[in-house]
Design a binder for this molecule. Structure first.
Ligand code: NDP
Length: 486
């Protein structure tokens, strides 16, 4: 194992054939961290972890077929409970009731969720607009991590999400104020738009799969069609300068979610003459999230979704569907059903802002550290820049692989501080309507399952990749999500 170090001092093992260079960028406010390139030894050891996942995940073909069938049904079911049954979980009361229950469900979908040309054009226009501005607006060029499956080639990403985000805000304001498109149309047509989004999820998944397989861009395939379709075939499909996976991850779901909450807020204002603190909370929460994704877009190429996960149904479907149940409840129910006391509002807003701060700075700390390590970090001012986002003289473990594991900042306390903070935010998206309905808590329940499963997959991969160094890291940073608990 390579030598250990603290306080950012050099710690390369002479046995590694890494090129190292100490870049002192103190002049532009960054920290001096030795840069590395992946060594031949690291490449050899990486073969172990890139190939460890030969077995099926997610319950194999049966599990993924079940998920692909049940997820769309679940989305309809939750929406029906929210909109037509006052947010209660409804079910057949007897075996005899099953048939009429199913007919009632189908009736709601047929009557209120069947796509129309208007909603199809609306959603398509939004997607085309996002793709168009992503193709033409200038952005910050960020180099991704070396991709093992591309023989350690690094890809360049045109990070123009922030420009596109500001551009979209300006466009929506113009459309709404000139009455060319009223923003409340989103809430009024929510279920039909959700159906169109699901059709897009399926359509894009099929098109990407066929393209990848027919052009030789498929990788890490199991040979089982449903399973490969679910997991995806291509890693980084691109359209011109746009990396489709990165584009779809941010520009569709989080952008849409924000506009759904604004739509709900405007709807409330037009109905009651004011916006409830609860709806304002969701506008703030979704606004913070999309803004974080855009302002820190250059950090996204460093995430697991980008360098490991393929662009298949699993990722695509959730990119075209969103977590907006508390907004739908508030937009369709009287505010008296979810009114809180002032201290409760203060607690709710404080929890959100604290969790956001930890989410934002923990992601920034690790991503900037990794970019510094790779030698690709450049200071980029975006709004807001929060204190402690960049660590000075961070401590790390030098691994024999060549990479370094950060053990400073939030990463000194937890192995997944970003997951804990992200999940806490998701919980507040349910807490915002209190006990009025259990359905808005679905996102946090679903999300904790995703995060625990993802954490397990990630740690298994890291253990194979870093070997004894990972064991040592886990000894230093003992807790995953919550100190002294888990
Ligand atoms: P991480 O940001 O935790 O990245 C994991 C990778 O980071 C590891 O594979 C490892 O890569 C590297 N790493 C782990 N620990 C360290 C360390 N101490 N120092 C340096 N590198 C380290 O996870 P994700 O990419 O999964 O998630 C990114 C964000 O996206 C999270 O905040 C998550 O909550 C969010 N997310 C949101 C979802 C949603 O639907 N809302 C869904 C999924 C994620 P390497 O092998 O290169 O060292």
């Amino acid at each position: 194992m390579a030598g250990k170090e603290t306080n950012g001092g050099p710690a390369f093992s002479p046995s590694l054939d890494e090129k190292t260079s100490l870049e002192n960028r103190a002049s532009n406010g960054t920290v001096a961290v030795p840069t590395i390139t992946v060594s031949a030894l690291a490449k050899k050891s990486t073969k172990n972890w890139t190939n460890i996942r030969r077995g099926y995940e997610f319950g194999g073909p049966v599990g993924v077929v079940a998920m692909m069938t049940l997820f769309p049904l679940l989305m309809y079911y939750l929406w029906i409970c929210l909109e037509f049954y006052d947010g209660r979980i409804v079910y057949p009361t007897s075996v005899d009731d099953v048939k009429s229950f199913l007919l009632r469900m189908i009736g709601h979908v047929r009557q209120h969720a069947t796509p129309t040309w208007y909603t199809f054009n609306l959603f398509s226009g939004f997607v085309a607009y996002q793709l168009g501005i992503a193709l033409i607006l200038p952005g910050y060029i960020q180099e991704g991590l070396p991709v093992p499956s591309l023989n350690y080639k690094t890809l360049k990403y045109n990070c123009n999400a922030l420009a596109c985000w500001y551009f979209t805000i300006a466009t929506v304001v113009v459309l709404h104020t000139t009455h060319l498109f009223r923003i409340t149309e989103i809430i009024d047509n929510f279920a039909r738009i959700m159906s169109v989004a699901m059709i897009y999820g399926w359509g894009v998944s099929i098109a990407t799969y066929v393209w990848a397989v027919s052009t030789g861009n498929a990788m890490r395939m199991s040979g089982n069609l449903p399973y490969d379709f679910f997991m995806g075939a291509a890693l980084n499909p691109r359209l011109g300068s746009v990396d489709l996976k990165m584009w779809a991850e941010v520009r569709i779901p989080w952008m849409l979610l924000f506009w759904i909450s604004v739509s709900g807020g405007v709807k409330q204002y037009e109905t009651y003459g004011y916006i409830t603190p609860n709806m304002a909370f969701m506008m703030l929460a979704t606004g913070l999230y999309i803004n974080a994704c855009c302002k820190g877009e250059e950090c996204i190429p460093q995430t697991w979704d980008m360098f490991h996960e393929k662009w298949g149904f699993m990722v695509i479907f959730w990119n075209f569907a969103t977590y907006c149940y508390s907004i739908i409840y508030m937009a369709t129910h009287d505010p008296s059903k979810y009114r809180f006391s002032t201290p409760t509002y203060v607690a709710l807003y404080t929890t959100l802002l604290t969790a956001y701060y930890i989410f934002d700075t923990s992601m920034a700390q690790k991503s900037r550290f990794r970019m510094q390590m790779q030698g690709s970090y450049q200071y980029r001012w975006t709004f807001p820049q929060l204190p402690w986002g960049t660590l000075k003289n961070p401590k790390y473990i030098q691994t024999a692989h060549g990479n370094r594991l950060l053990i400073s900042g939030w990463w000194a306390y937890l192995r997944k501080p970003n997951y804990t903070a992200d999940w806490t935010m998701s919980l507040t998206w349910g807490l915002v309507i209190g006990a009025a309905s259990p359905i808005p808590y679905f996102y946090s329940v679903f999300f904790i399952c995703v995060l625990i499963h993802r954490c397990g997959r990630d740690f298994e991969r890291c253990a194979a990749k870093y070997g004894d160094d990972w064991v040592e890291y886990c000894g230093i940073v003992k807790w995953r999500f919550i100190p002294y608990v888990y």
